[in-house]
Design a protein around this ligand. Structure first.
Ligand code: ADP
Length: 548
């Protein structure tokens, strides 16, 4: 027997229609290269997005074609999110901070037909011009007065394009499983890989992203996504925020600028925000330096990398802002887990509360997770056993664009058991709190034991004279691998190898102490700011531990 319910397709355009009808006067405030404070309403947003839809249909593109965006967080990029997907094309968000050869690879691999480019990213596109095989037109995201001189062919100004079309447009309904968006992974191992989101996955993810124990976003919230819109859909906020009618505050190219962030928070009354730990460091540094405050900011979500204790404590103690850690991946749209206090935890001590927030939170409904040992046997949720973390759910990738979708194949992230391998190693405690202990490829296999490189790094980084630390496994004749710790000292610091080991002795098990410590001026990072362990392992490929 079938349920007797309508089979209405879950369409991204329906979010826009709902927002226009129900929150017509809610504002979207943006910083752009041509305007430090642009503001308009959801009604204006919906109208211009329909003009964009007409413009796109006039440009000779077809259903399913990929349209690239190289842009920051602002209202024009938001119009592209909805206009491109709403007409049945695929909004391919490209990270302009990747290495130029990666951007080039990504555009050619996705076969983008049109590129919508922020003025600030034009030099990058100009440098790639002769290599871009599929691109037929470039639209510069600005008005006539701010159009830059360019060496590119087939260039048009966004505002001129929109002005040619009226807003009479009916959003089409089509199969909800059609591709809507596309993001490439940052490619720390080999070429970046394309993750393709559908209308259905995006809508379900948006529902989940606004639940009370996720972000609790509503029409009363003022939400500022600091995580870039080219980075896994700004964690879904451009969809969830519009769905619930939040006022949106978009910091444009000023995402790492503490002064702009503080002024937006204060002047626009921002209540919720999301970003990676480095953004929070920049904001906290600015606040500490100037004595300015963020009184409206009730909670921030920190994700993308482990959140250092200092961020959680400084926000809580100095600014009364709650830090909720979230974990996810490009392949997961990205939401996997988010921190929330469980009932009965109201009376935790400050220290217990911080300890819990250092974990990555609980799975959001829709994401199932499990940890397994090397034979794929499921491990208990006891907070101690750690193993490879696997996930499944309706907004998790089945494979990469142009690569195998067959579970178990080498280039498919899904195993034969139907679960996606996250590449993370984790524990899960009896209450369901996940703790990422490492990446599978970074975990150090010493004898029969797995040593978490992140645990060593966190312990070392808590030393006031250590600016940054990275632990990698190196060959050891007796134990197969042992940890080598690479340390960058803070300015004017003087520490020896033995000082570092001595400091770590109180903070970790004897067997997981680094076998040796070496000092470096700096550590390699990926384009998204994460430690590049691949490069580091390469630097130390010939390293041998001193014999004792
Ligand atoms: P990015 O776009 O940030 O590079 P990726 O999808 O490449 O995103 O990276 C996802 C990985 O980032 C996860 O598999 C995990 O290793 C790491 N990660 C994400 N959030 C967290 C977190 N809160 N704590 C620790 N690691 C995290």
């Amino acid at each position: 027997m079938q349920g007797l319910m309508m089979k209405t397709q879950l369409m991204i355009s329906s979010i826009l229609r709902h927002a226009e009808r129900n929150f017509p006067t809610r504002e979207i405030v943006s910083v752009t290269a041509d305007n430090p404070r642009h503001r308009y309403t959801y009604k204006d947003f919906a109208k211009r997005t329909r003009q964009l839809a007409n413009a796109l249909e006039s440009m000779g593109v077809e259903f399913g074609d990929r349209i690239g965006t190289l842009a920051w967080n602002d209202y024009r990029h938001l119009e592209l999110y909805y206009g491109i997907s709403g007409t049945g094309m695929v909004c391919h968000m490209i990270n302009p901070k990747l290495f130029p050869e990666q951007v080039n690879y990504i555009i050619n691999h996705a076969e983008d037909k049109i590129l919508f480019v922020d003025v600030l990213v034009m030099p990058l596109v100009e440098s790639l011009q002769s290599h871009l095989k599929s691109v037929e037109k470039i639209v510069v995201l600005t008005d006539k007065d701010h159009m830059p001189q360019t060496t590119l062919d087939n260039v048009i100004c966004y505002e001129d394009l929109l002005a040619q079309f009226d807003d009479n447009y009916q959003w089409p309904e089509f199969d909800e499983n059609s591709a809507a968006g596309m993001c490439y992974t940052s490619g720390t191992t080999g070429n970046p890989k394309g993750v393709v989101y559908s209308h259905r996955s995006t809508i379900l993810h948006a529902y989940a992203g606004s639940l009370p124990d996720t972000t609790n976003a509503s029409c009363k919230s003022v939400t500022m996504p600091i995580v870039p819109m080219f980075h896994v859909n700004a964690w879904g906020i451009p969809y969830a925020g519009v769905m619930v009618g939040s006022k949106l505050v978009m910091p444009g190219p000023k995402m790492a600028d503490g002064e702009t962030l503080q002024s937006l928070i204060e002047n626009e009354g921002v209540t919720l925000s999301s970003g990676v730990p480095t953004i929070w460091m920049a904001l906290l540094e600015y606040l500490d330096k100037t004595g300015k405050k963020v009184p409206t900011l009730s909670a921030v979500t920190s994700g993308g990398a482990a959140c250092p204790r200092g961020i959680i404590e400084r926000f809580k103690n100095d600014y009364q802002t709650e830090v909720k850690q979230g974990w996810g991946m490009t392949e997961m749209s990205p939401l996997g887990t988010v921190f929330t206090l469980s009932p009965g935890m109201e009376n935790l001590t400050d220290e217990e509360d911080t300890e819990l927030r250092l974990k990555q939170g609980k799975s959001v409904f829709g994401v199932e997770m499990k940890i397994v040992d090397e034979e794929n046997n499921e491990l208990p949720w006891d907070g101690v056993a750690f193993g490879a973390l696997k996930v499944k759910g309706p907004w998790i990738a089945t494979g990469y664009y142009g690569m195998s979708q067959t579970p178990g194949d080498a280039d498919c992230p899904v195993d034969t058991d139907g679960w996606m391998n996250t590449g993370d190693v984790a524990t899960i405690d009896p209450q369901g709190y996940l703790q990422i202990t490492d990446r599978t490829k970074d975990v150090i296999k010493s004898g029969g034991e797995w040593i978490s490189s992140i645990d060593i790094e966190n312990a070392a980084a808590s030393h006031p004279q250590i600016a940054e630390a990275a632990a990698i496994g190196r060959y050891h004749p007796k134990w197969t691998e042992r940890p080598l710790l690479v340390v960058v000292l803070a300015e004017n610091a003087e520490l020896s190898r033995d000082d570092v080991i001595e400091y770590l002795k109180d903070r970790m098990h004897k067997w997981s102490l680094p076998e040796d410590v070496v000092f470096a001026k700096e550590l390699p990072h990926t384009a998204t700011g994460k430690l590049n362990k691949l490069a580091l392992r390469d630097t130390f490929k010939d390293y041998e531990f001193p014999s004792k």
